[in-house]
Design a protein around this ligand. Structure first.
Ligand code: ADP
Length: 625
């Protein structure tokens, strides 16, 4: 049969299974909107093919704009997708629509029924198994193809099918090259003749397709994604504009990574570091995955490392194998290469910024640190790449690496003092500052885990919270306590015994030290390791575990009495005054309570006790006026 004559013909689509449509419909039910993606993608392919033919001189070029048009008619319940691509002859329809599609459909069904994971990925499998066109039957009760091939003397053809395996081919009336797909929608699918819905779908799936998509004569897609542009020629303003376009309600980001490679595999994208309004901002990350400019998914956690998923942006990976199940995807060598490539590029960009734009790096740190710390703990290679650019806010006001910190505080012998920022640590920080020792601020939830990780990777570095032990550099060891000939004890021993006798508090250790600072009479220290365990237990508690034994650990604390402080010195002298027994008890309790109060908030019953003591102390002072 020549292309210029179309004989009327009825037939049955070649398919081994009985009626395939109900199964297709059910399989893809949840995501039936993807029919539009499939049909517009076919239109793009058809235009691409035509353009290719004009380039190699096989087809004649004309002036008409290459485009895709969507049209709808609410009354007729009709949605039309039109292109001026290569078109089809009757023979091609028979070959590509009636046969090929269905044999691959069969393959799809065979796979679909035995693999649950494939079911989840049903929507993505469809295009790759040549089922694309037939997705139209998810929403249409009847589909017509009106087409005219680019070939000289070609005759227009109409193909009609009502969703049963029976089809009809007859001569058509189309006068210009291209294909028009007419969908007669089912009664409960009329959302697809609603303008806003169609606009949304075009924006979602077709935004970056390489030809204009018109919805009733208005261009509805953006066409060019910014990642196609050469990074060297792209300005900050363009990156920001593109970000605002993709994520309209978010704050402008400070930092992004533009990926644009052809070798060893083709791969493009832009990843933005979102501005976090607070730590663990869960709604933030969103990376949209495209395959040759067609939106495929934003469920990128299947193939990117978890920490990258907290970024925002788009990636176009033309070779991504969408027809495999989720679990296979992670083990796919191509996918692994892409993932590690992205990780490497992100690390490189951060390093480059640290070296070349230090000020900017520091000012964006608060936005990116959670992401970086998360990445460091999740991926060893990422850690190796960024380990020298991890910075911490110092009590001196600037940001330093651990290496800088240790160099600037050589007295500390590889110990890093930090604060988690609670008010109870302020008096300790002041003591460190007075001795010109820096303290680092580690104030976010992730930091507890992060320092644990850093200690694990750098065995010689230890982190200690300001209230976890007394740094040697805070203690003045010049003056030894003199032994009193009457009691045969040093003054320090006397005070220690006094407090031990008067306080009798479970799990409390009492120490007397001569601190360099004369401002505080006493302070509480909590061993670093038990406090960390306690913090971990609190997290477990939040997950509903019983953590009673950890509570005990926090009770293990030490009261350090400052023998330099006048109050403690007075107590040394008066410790054995039996006439002042009640008052000594009151003072010891109050010293302890004040130290506790500076350390962490009191429980209600402790507070009540504290108030009572405070009033009694004032009473004594007043009576001596
Ligand atoms: P796939 O696109 O995966 O090959 P489809 O079922 O979507 O599978 O389409 C089957 C074939 O029908 C295509 O490969 C193409 O040859 C032809 N076809 C579909 N839509 C068009 C169109 N708009 N213009 C020209 N040919 C088309």
């Amino acid at each position: 049969m020549s292309n210029s004559t179309v004989l009327e013909e009825k037939g049955t689509i070649s398919v081994q299974m009985e009626n395939i449509f109900p199964i297709v419909k059910k399989a893809l039910y949840n995501d039936k909107e993807i029919f539009l993606r499939e049909l517009v993608s076919n239109a793009v392919d058809a235009i691409n093919k035509y353009r290719h033919l004009t380039v190699i001189g096989e087809a004649e070029k004309d002036e008409a704009e290459l485009k895709i048009e969507l049209d709808y008619d609410k009354e007729q319940k009709l949605l039309t997708i039109r292109d001026n691509g290569i078109g089809m002859t009757a023979d091609e329809i028979k070959k590509y629509i009636n046969e090929v599609a269905f044999s691959s459909a069969h393959e799809f069904m065979a796979r679909f029924q035995k693999d649950d994971a494939a079911k989840a990925k049903g929507t993505q499998i469809i295009g790759h198994f040549g089922l694309g066109f037939y997705s139209a039957f998810m929403v249409a009760k009847q589909v017509e193809i009106h087409t005219l091939s680019y070939q000289q003397d070609a005759a227009p053809v109409i193909w009609t099918c009502d969703g049963s395996p029976a089809f009809e081919i007859k001569p058509g009336s189309r006068e210009t090259r291209g294909t028009e797909i007419r969908l007669h929608l089912m009664d409960d699918e009329l959302e697809f003749v609603e303008e806003p819905r169609l606009q949304h779908l075009i924006r979602k799936y077709c935004d970056f397709m390489p030809y204009p998509v018109y919805l009733k004569e208005t261009k509805a897609n953006r066409q060019e994604p910014l990642w196609n542009k050469n990074p060297k020629e792209t300005s900050d303003e363009e990156y920001l504009e593109f970000y605002r376009y993709m994520f309209p309600f978010a704050q402008d980001p400070h930092l992004w990574v533009h990926l644009n490679v052809e070798v060893p595999f083709s791969f493009k994208g832009i990843l933005y570091f979102p501005r976090l309004s607070h730590e663990m901002d869960p709604a933030k990350g969103q990376i949209k995955l495209f395959c040759n400019n067609v939106f495929v998914s934003d469920q990128t956690e299947d193939f990117l490392p978890r920490f990258l998923v907290t970024l925002q942006g788009g990636l176009d990976c033309p070779d991504i194998p969408l027809n495999v199940s989720r679990s296979m995807l992670q083990n796919d060598p191509y996918v692994q290469r892409v993932a590690s490539f992205v990780t490497r590029k992100v690390a490189d960009r951060l390093k480059e910024m640290y070296t070349k734009e230090r000020e900017k790096f520091v000012s964006t740190w608060e936005d990116v640190h959670t992401f970086i710390k998360f990445g460091v703990m999740e991926d060893e290679k990422f850690y190796d790449k960024v380990k020298d650019i991890l910075i911490f806010k110092s009590s001196k006001g600037d940001y330093v690496t651990i290496k800088d910190y240790l160099e600037r505080n050589p007295k500390l012998d590889k110990k890093v003092y930090y604060t988690t920022g609670e008010p109870g640590q302020q008096s300790y920080i002041e003591m460190f500052k007075a001795q010109e020792i820096e303290v680092l601020y580690l104030t976010t939830l992730i930091d507890t885990h992060f320092i644990q990780y850093l200690e694990f990777r750098n065995q010689e570095v230890k982190f200690a919270r300001v209230d976890s032990d007394l740094s040697e550099s805070l203690i003045d060891d010049e003056k030894a306590s003199i032994v009193d000939p009457k009691t045969n004890k040093t003054g320090d021993e006397t005070v220690k015994e006094l407090f031990e006798k008067e306080l009798k508090i479970d799990k409390l250790t009492i120490q007397v030290q001569s601190l360099k600072s004369e401002d505080v009479p006493a302070l509480i220290v909590l061993p670093e390791q038990s406090r960390r365990l306690y913090e971990m237990s609190r997290m477990m508690q939040m997950q509903g575990n019983d953590t009673g034994m950890f509570e005990d650990m926090l009770n293990e604390h030490t009261l350090v009495l400052n023998s330099k402080h006048p109050l403690i010195q007075s107590l040394r002298k008066s410790a054995d005054l039996s006439s002042a027994k009640d008052q000594l008890h009151l003072i010891c309790e109050h010293v302890y309570q004040l130290a506790m109060l500076a350390h962490r908030p009191l429980k209600p019953e402790q507070m009540e006790h504290f108030m009572r003591n405070a009033n009694q102390v004032l009473q004594i002072v007043a009576s001596k006026l």
